[in-house]
Design a protein around this ligand. Sequence first.
Ligand SMILES: *[C@@H]1O[C@H](CO)[C@@H](O)[C@H](O)[C@H]1NC(C)=O
Ligand SMILES: *[C@@H]1O[C@H](CO)[C@@H](O)[C@H](O)[C@H]1NC(C)=O
Ligand SMILES: *[C@@H]1O[C@H](CO)[C@@H](O)[C@H](O)[C@H]1NC(C)=O
Ligand SMILES: *[C@@H]1O[C@H](CO)[C@@H](O)[C@H](O)[C@H]1NC(C)=O
Ligand SMILES: *[C@@H]1O[C@H](CO)[C@@H](O)[C@H](O)[C@H]1NC(C)=O
Length: 385
Amino acid sequence: MKEPEKMPPPPPRQRPPSRRPLWIIVLACLVLLSLTATYVYRPHRLSACYLLRSDVCSPFREWLPPVPERSYTDDEVAARVVARDIVSMPSVNAKNPKIAFMFLTPGSLPFEKLWEKFFLGHNERFSIYIHASREKPTHVSPLFNGRDIRSDKVSWGKISMVDAERRLLGNALQDSNNQHFVLLSDSCVPLYNFDYVYSYLMETNISFIDCFEDPGPHGTGRYSEHMLPEIEKSDWRKGAQWFSIKRQHALIILADSLYYTKFKNYCKPGMEGRRNCYADEHYLPTLFNMVDPGGIANWSVTHVDWSEGKWHPKSYKAEDVTFGLLKNITSIDETTHVTSDEKRKVTKKPCLWNGTKRPCYLFARKFYPGALDRMMHLFSNFTAV
Ligand SMILES: *[C@@H]1O[C@H](CO)[C@@H](O)[C@H](O)[C@H]1NC(C)=O
Ligand SMILES: *[C@@H]1O[C@H](CO)[C@@H](O)[C@H](O)[C@H]1NC(C)=O
Ligand SMILES: *[C@@H]1O[C@H](CO)[C@@H](O)[C@H](O)[C@H]1NC(C)=O
Ligand SMILES: *[C@@H]1O[C@H](CO)[C@@H](O)[C@H](O)[C@H]1NC(C)=O
Ligand SMILES: *[C@@H]1O[C@H](CO)[C@@H](O)[C@H](O)[C@H]1NC(C)=O
């Protein structure tokens, strides 16, 4: 039995003179209360929406004022300030500025002899690092002897590929003379002589990282909302893996754990059912698009031919390797990017080096091991620029 129901209501503390003023006071209080509530709760709801981006929040977006510029998370503030200061750091005063050539390979390098030809006579201006992920390479050139770094397994398209790149950079950064860092594969060949490559890379202040916005399934289609709030869909970029970068940018890659961890967790083959994401095609383009977009060229100096539209780029056999082919590749002076959506939008841009149009490519892939002899034979001829 609930007794209180039968009890009379407690007498009001102050009896109003008439009914109308009470009604007005109550109404005024309600209005005031709702205004206060709106004022107090609005910012929380906004930031919660911003962080969660869930559908629960979307109805409020209809009538709330537009979301202001997002405020960065603590990790982001730290990551961005570190990147900014590294970028503006004066470069280490190197006595003998060198280029680090970093080879990412499963095993032996089929073009060692060709590279030896490329390097000979330039001893103080380069260093070599080899990451062999499957088997210990046999070296045929003394320049490559003892240049293997401690390595680990690399799975195609997985974060272990990025880990190998970081391992190479870590080793190469130990030598403070190394001012520029080139990532190469076992199927890469040089297209110019050493002097040309050295001045092309060293006499400009930008890094050659391929980077473009592809709204299609092989571009933004690989983005995951799990990367929020730090990486928004509009930050997402795509590019080829083979980079050539300044020392400051190499340091940023080693210093980054925030964005790297996002890619490690949310960009891998076979994510969320059937969706594939390949960290080596998105991590660096996205990272540098966010922290130093003006510091990258947006194209890679390593040529590859995707024009056949297959799953793998065109590979050159011995009989394909002619003076004409190499002249064709070295005469290209604009980059081409094609989106992967049904529009297949083609974007061509001139390769602007320090403001002047120049050939885009210094290296090329993918060459079959059998092409070595022809490359050796042609090398002196076509590199005599
Ligand atoms: C690059 O450009 C800057 C300014 O435009 C110029 O001072 C510098 O000499 C250029 N470098 C080369 C190698 O031409
Ligand atoms: C590169 O140098 C040019 C002038 O030499 C300067 O205008 C530009 O801001 C520099 N870029 C970067 C990313 O440092
Ligand atoms: C690369 O692209 C970004 C924007 O996507 C741009 O800000 C930057 O200037 C470009 N780099 C060069 C060297 O043009
Ligand atoms: C060189 O390019 C021209 C024009 O694009 C093409 O017709 C020719 O077949 C190419 N030659 C070789 C050897 O690739
Ligand atoms: C190299 O160049 C010379 C002179 O241009 C030419 O006579 C020779 O046939 C070339 N060799 C090859 C292998 O193309």
